[in-house]
Design a protein around this ligand. Structure first.
Ligand SMILES: [Fe+2]
Ligand SMILES: [Fe+2]
Length: 275
């Protein structure tokens, strides 16, 4: 499928790829983004080896890879940046990533590959030039990664939120923006409860995000959020208990269950279910 055009004017375009990873149920659906401003381009959250070939070829139809300025990574997870070695080989782009991950990402590549190629952003974030405009690199630490950024594009007014606001969908469903959050929450809730670190962090973030003029929130998994769904997301996050909020001493017991490598299941099965 062609990428979804989130925004386009004469100078500036934001494209979203939703179906580059084969949907065999093993790898979570993931979105990758190409932002073009004049003759400058950046990819946000390029992904792992599953997405590399398709994204590189898909991008070539819209922008010459040799002119790519940045690979921008919200954090350092496998679905974000595992194909870093191949991207650094096939383009001359610089990697923009949290300073927290600067000395860890070279483990994704052959020796020496990252030398002079990493822009390590300090915790406070900043404004990154892109063509005649800029991207705002916004602090999003612990949502979910320790060193985590979101990216605001003032031209399209899109806020790219990495793993925040994600939903578990197919690539086709991810192309349909959500305008009302209520029926969408069941696809978001489990992920946010486990992968977001704490309600305190969510509330600090919504306080910052509410200051921005946001037309669309676009996560790295699942569908973009638009219209009323944006404010509804902020409100939902403000009241969401997650991560360490939900962990107490029950989560840290010396285990009694056994891992069966044949069935790849735990033994015994849950007592509560079998009586
Ligand atoms: Fe992640
Ligand atoms: Fe992710």
């Amino acid at each position: 499928m062609e990428p979804l055009e989130l925004y386009r004017d004469r100078q500036h375009a934001c494209l979203m790829f939703t179906d580059l990873v084969e949907e065999d149920g093993q790898a979570v659906q993931a979105n990758q983004f190409l932002i073009v401003d004049g003759d400058t381009g950046a990819i946000i959250d390029p992904g792992g080896t599953l997405a590399y070939n398709e994204l590189f070829m898909g991008m070539t139809r819209h922008f010459p890879p040799q002119k790519l300025s940045y690979l921008i990574a919200s954090h350092a997870d496998p679905d974000i940046i595992a194909a870093l070695d191949r991207w650094l080989t096939s383009t001359s782009a610089q990697l923009v990533i949290s300073r927290v991950w600067e000395r860890f990402v070279p483990h994704f590549t052959k020796a020496g590959k990252t030398e002079g190629r990493i822009i390590a952003v300090p915790d406070g974030g900043g404004h990154l030039p892109l063509g005649r405009h800029e991207l705002v690199v916004l602090p999003a630490h612990f949502m979910h990664s320790e060193g985590n950024f979101h990216f605001y594009d003032p031209v399209s007014r899109i806020l790219f939120t990495g793993d925040l606001g994600v939903s578990m969908t197919s690539g086709a469903e991810a192309r349909v923006p959500v305008t009302e959050l209520k029926d969408h929450i069941p696809r978001m809730e489990g992920f946010h409860r486990r992968y977001m670190v704490s309600n305190k962090i969510l509330r600090l973030w919504t306080r910052m995000a509410r200051q921005l003029d946001v037309a669309m929130i676009v996560p790295q998994h699942g569908a973009p959020l638009m219209g009323r769904a944006i404010g509804q997301l902020y409100d939902w996050l403000d009241g969401l208990a997650c991560g360490v909020d939900l962990f107490d001493e029950r989560a840290y017991q010396v285990p009694t269950a056994h891992i069966d490598p044949v069935t790849r299941q735990m033994r015994p099965a849950l007592k509560a279910v079998n009586g």
